[in-house]
Design a protein around this ligand. Structure first.
Ligand code: PLP
Length: 439
């Protein structure tokens, strides 16, 4: 009998024993095409020799030193590399162990910034309905996923949640993309005016929504208008690129494609590519210097901040993404994947939308293409598709319908940046099989 506390108590997963390139292997020798990188983690695939060598070398030199006493060479180098490639005036990197930690730190940093600049009334966060920022209490409060929040409601912080920018669902008939982007962004201003702008500290959003909406990219101009509103009302813009960052959409930071830079940015997942648990929160010099000139101490912290071995892994991963031409590959193979999905499912009666950027692609499933009516959640369609795909040797990331019961189930695809044409064909074939077996 296992003593592991598993994700699901109703099933026993196979034991993973190996990984090579785009494939994972279980203890029976069965191979699985990892088309979601776990949850958009394994951007370099499995068994990457460069990253493994870098980790081993770091372990030989120094595994760990507490940041209350030391900094370390890999942490310094990783921070330099991230900032050299980061948008806007992002200038400082706070290295943590994962995405929830990065989101939690971002929320607390935003609050402390306003307190230290002498505006302690600013304590409210505005986020979006269809979003996920992590499972710790602050991050879960910011997230807008009803199912994840439901049973913890009494523990959650009071925050605002506006509609996401969701062209497939919320754009009006005949409305241009640009008009919709503007209208959707203006929901932030409306909420600010409703709650009183002087009480708001920040707006938080995923540039391309991952887990809760299946690679949902905004309409053009959306984030530019969001940035304007944030500046006008003196609130910080926090972008959560835990899933969509680190090259997944074809640029190192997803927000580059929207022409905006945040005040605080969260990354994780693809930063360590699964070789080590690592995340990061980046902030501007304005935020850092304000606290530096005040208390001089960010009142937060975890034991594994700036972990040298994790930082060495992150450094090797980001260097590989930049130096091996993988961003180009994400664009090229992302186009190939989207084209293959369009080809196969573009007219499928139950695939309402195929969307995304780069190698971050989502399919939204509907009971009826014309009305866009979702399937009954009781059917647990996403779970059936996941199981059928897994049986066929394909790992994809399905999510049940959310947002007030209006949206459909999604399948999220986030394969390694090294995916080849033959594997794209295999992915589409196996996904087609899983859909047919489940619908
Ligand atoms: N933020 C986003 C956008 C995510 O997708 C996730 C995880 O899926 C998180 C935060 C939380 O990250 P972690 O699971 O590493 O704590």
């Amino acid at each position: 009998m296992s003593h592991i506390f598993p994700r699901s108590m109703k099933s026993t997963p196979p034991t993973a024993v190996g990984g090579k390139g785009c494939y994972l292997i279980d203890s029976t020798g069965k191979q699985y095409l990892d088309a979601s990188g776990g949850a958009a983690v394994s951007c370099l695939g499995h068994g990457d020799a460069t990253v493994i060598t870098a980790i081993k070398a770091q372990l030989d030199q120094l595994a760990y030193a507490h940041t209350g006493f030391f900094t370390s060479q890999p942490a310094e180098k990783l921070a330099d590399l991230l900032i050299a490639n980061a948008p806007g005036t992002l200038d400082r990197v706070y290295l943590v162990s994962g995405g929830s930690e990065a989101a939690e730190a971002a929320i607390k940093l935003a609050r402390q910034y306003h307190v230290e600049r002498g505006d302690p009334n600013r304590g409210r966060l505005i986020a979006r309905k269809q979003s996920y920022h992590g499972n710790t209490i602050g991050a879960l409060s910011a997230g807008g996923n009803a199912w994840r929040r439901a049973q913890f409601a009494p523990l959650l912080l009071d925050m605002s949640h506006i509609d996401p920018c969701y062209p497939y669902r919320l754009q009006n008939e005949g409305e241009s993309d640009a008009d919709y982007g503007l209208r959707s962004a203006n929901l932030l201003e409306a909420e600010l005016l409703r709650v009183g702008p002087e009480s708001v500290m920040a707006f938080m959003a995923e540039p391309v929504v991952g887990a809760t909406a299946g690679a949902l990219a905004p309409a053009p101009g959306y984030f530019k208008r969001i940035r304007e509103i944030c500046d006008q009302y003196g609130i910080l813009l926090i972008l959560d690129e835990v899933m969509c960052g680190m090259g997944r959409t074809g640029t190192l930071f997803a927000c580059e494609q929207d022409g905006v830079a945040p005040d605080i940015l969260c990354i994780a997942k693809g930063l360590g590519a699964g070789y080590q648990p690592i995340g990061a929160m980046l902030c501007t010099s304005e935020i850092y210097d304000t606290i530096g000139a005040g208390s001089g101490f960010f009142q937060h912290g975890h034991t594994y901040l700036g972990h040298p071995t994790a930082a060495a892994a992150g450094l090797a991963v980001v260097s590989s993404v930049l130096d091996r031409g993988l961003l180009e590959n994400v664009k090229k193979q992302g186009d190939a994947l989207s084209a293959a999905l369009q080809d196969r499912f573009g007219q499928h009666p139950h695939v309402g939308d195929i969307r995304g950027r780069g190698l971050f692609v989502g399919l939204e499933l509907v009971a009826d293409r014309t009305t866009k009516a979702p399937f009954d959640p009781a059917l647990k369609l996403a779970a059936h598709i996941k199981a059928a795909a897994f049986e066929a040797g394909l790992i994809c990331y399905p999510m049940g319908g959310t947002i007030d019961g209006k949206t459909g189930d999604h399948i999220l695809l986030a394969p390694p940046f090294i995916i080849e044409d033959a594997q794209i064909a295999e992915l589409v074939d196996k996904l087609g099989f899983a859909l047919d077996a489940s619908l």
